[in-house]
Design a protein around this ligand. Structure first.
Ligand code: SF4
Ligand code: SF4
Length: 375
């Protein structure tokens, strides 16, 4: 494993284990974590030098923290660092939630503590809630070692957060990958953090795995010619490796195969060269033109939907429709009548919760119309 110096003599592994997509019992992503399979992943991580484990109060409905508390405490406390997060979505009782998190993780301190998923809309919510002062107090007491936030904000809102806590943010976690660098706000966010000397933790380096499945065949052939045997995940991770301000790259690994492959990528410090980046950029452009909605499948929108629609699934069908025309609408056939897109009442709650700020009601309306037209 390769490492980067953080602060105070701490060396963090360049690959971190994101714990929002651990294997579950059965296929339902909201089910409890499959302890045996998830422990294998944690054991492999620790045996191969990963020392950064990222969770949140809401991951796996709370089971991610509980599982990590069990799994990591099988090892000495100085073998691992845990990053955890508070989200205003979980309610205003940040004090009670923080105590519960310590309990779930079975620890007296959290190494890296973050406000979760700051967006343009949520920045004020965090600032006005009083939680920032509380978490700073916890840091003074040694119950939090380093304090920061994860962001899906535009560079403008990110700048506001940076200014608000000027000089006091120890880290910021952002969504960063070659696709969002070229077609989203990742570059602006990264450059702002670098300018302010704030270490960057990277989430979604492979966009929840989606950057592996959407590259077209022509681009895949070009990439394979350039780096025979390298997977698309390796390309994406080695692209992130180029950025000097990046401290830890988090990957939400769900299988042993994925962690074996990603650990192998981070055994060497071998970022892509300029020509390889250009090739990847072309693949990203082709991907961009082939997709309609860049949903990452994080499911943050789902809980607030009064119609209980499976929004990411519907957006998946929408994308399939955009790529394949009416043939791509097959996914609608297996939905219950009250879960089809026409049931959307356009209340907009989902868009407020979406880190990608997707205009979901608009897409669902288009999908509903396409479904009607098809009939
Ligand atoms: S707009 Fe539609 S999908 Fe979004 S929250 Fe409202 S009902 Fe649900
Ligand atoms: S629509 Fe937005 S919040 Fe919902 S799953 Fe997709 S990216 Fe996440």
């Amino acid at each position: 494993m390769t490492y980067r110096d953080f602060k105070d003599g701490i060396k963090l592994s360049r690959l971190g284990l994101g714990c929002m997509r651990l294997p579950t019992v059965g296929d339902d992503p909201s089910a409890l974590i499959d302890r045996a399979r998830a422990n294998e992943i944690v054991d492999y991580a620790i045996a191969h030098g990963i020392n950064y484990f990222d969770t949140a109060y809401i991951y796996h409905g709370g089971d991610s923290e509980k599982f990590l508390g069990e799994a990591l405490n099988r090892y000495p406390r100085d073998k691992w660092y845990v990053a955890d997060k508070y989200n205003t979505m979980s309610g205003p009782d940040f004090k009670g939630i923080f105590e519960e998190q310590l309990e779930r993780l079975k620890t007296d301190h959290i190494d890296f503590y973050l406000l979760h998923g700051v967006t343009d809309l949520k920045a004020d919510e965090y600032i006005n809630s009083g939680c920032i002062d509380f978490f700073r107090e916890q840091k003074e007491k040694g119950r939090i070692r380093y304090f920061g936030f994860s962001s899906h904000a535009t560079p403008k809102a990110l700048e506001r957060m940076i200014e608000y806590g000027k000089g006091q943010w120890d880290l910021v976690q952002i969504q960063l990958n070659y696709f969002d660098w070229a077609h989203g706000t990742a570059r602006g966010q990264y450059e702002l953090l670098e300018k302010n000397g704030i270490p960057v933790m990277v989430m979604e380096p492979i966009r929840g795995g989606k950057l592996m499945s959407v590259i077209d065949d022509a681009s895949k052939a070009e990439l394979a010619k350039e780096l025979p045997g390298a997977s698309l995940a390796e390309w994406a991770l080695r692209w992130v490796m180029r950025l000097g301000g990046v401290q830890v790259v988090l990957s939400g690994m769900s299988t042993l195969e994925q962690i074996v492959e990603n650990v192998a990528t981070f055994e060497k410090d071998e970022p892509l060269n300029d020509a390889q980046c250009e090739l990847l950029g072309k693949a990203a452009d082709a991907y961009r033109s082939s997709i309609a909605v860049p949903c990452t499948g994080c499911r943050y929108c789902v809980d607030g939907c009064p119609q209980e629609l499976d929004i990411p699934e519907l957006l998946g069908i929408y994308n399939s429709f955009k790529v394949n025309g009416p043939f791509g609408l097959g996914g609608l056939d297996v939905l219950a009548e009250d879960k089809t897109p026409k049931n959307c009442i356009a209340c907009g709650t989902c868009t407020d919760r979406c880190p990608q700020l997707l205009e979901i009601p608009k897409y669902l309306e288009e999908l509903a119309q396409a479904a009607t037209f098809r009939l």
